[in-house]
Design a protein around this ligand. Sequence first.
Ligand SMILES: Nc1ncnc2c1ncn2[C@@H]1O[C@H](COP(=O)(O)OP(=O)(O)OP(=O)(O)O)[C@@H](O)[C@H]1O
Ligand SMILES: [Mg+2]
Length: 263
Amino acid sequence: MEILPGAREHLLGSNGNENGFEENPEIKIQVRGLTKVSEKGVSILNNVNVDIPKGVIMGVIGPSGSGKSTFLRSLNRLWEPSSNSVFLDGHDICDLDVLALRRKIGMLFQIPVLFEGTVADNVRYGPQLKGKKLSDNEVYKLLTLADLDSSFFNKSGGELSVGQAQRVALARTLANEPEVLLLDEPTSALDPISTQNIEDVLVKLKREQNMTIVMVSHSIKQIKRIAEIVCLLVNGEIVEILKPDQLFESKHPMAQRFLELSS
Ligand SMILES: Nc1ncnc2c1ncn2[C@@H]1O[C@H](COP(=O)(O)OP(=O)(O)OP(=O)(O)O)[C@@H](O)[C@H]1O
Ligand SMILES: [Mg+2]
């Protein structure tokens, strides 16, 4: 799907209204002037502007400490952004109920943390908080969606490899029927086969459910495999927004460095 005519200006959406927010059904998340300063006064994110289109996989790359995780966490208020800086479907996320927001915008981390109990208990966790008990069949469906077969149903977290646990964490997140997935280096602790399993699931979720996915990754190769857009974050600023195969055209020294290291 050719979503992005490639232009950085287009993605930056420079013609928003005074709140930096514009109605556009093609855009799932708008970020406008997102700025974060640490309690000690150190700048962590500096005037980040980006439109995240609906139903795409967007990669986020950048050196360690550049603010990638902070950026991601700001999108579902794990780190609270200022009002009028992050919009989901045109609504300021600060005005939304935070738990409802986190159901809509699910997140996976580098190391999966499963709760006590079985795989099925984990998958049932989110809906149960809303008073809904998933049937065995619904749990099986979610496991299948995360590329796990039915033999995992009654296993406990301790019996799983990290790759399997990551897929259970994914199934648990998918049980909330999210519209957006935020992934913070979800495969960096996984072997190549588990990595491929997760990548396949992400591509399928995008294709079949029009899921919007934002993924921090240190791997340019991974970004090239599955992402349609990539943001380069350096010192808390987005310095490039490109299609992954245009990275080599970037004049930014950090883009060049990433490419050198990944070749
Ligand atoms: N809670 C916090 N309080 C103060 N400073 C923080 C906090 N969390 C992160 N930082 C600082 O913000 C900056 C960005 O951190 P962040 O974790 O977002 O970077 P990152 O790009 O995800 O790095 P990495 O690739 O190592 O995961 C770092 O300088 C970090 O020290
Ligand atoms: Mg990080």
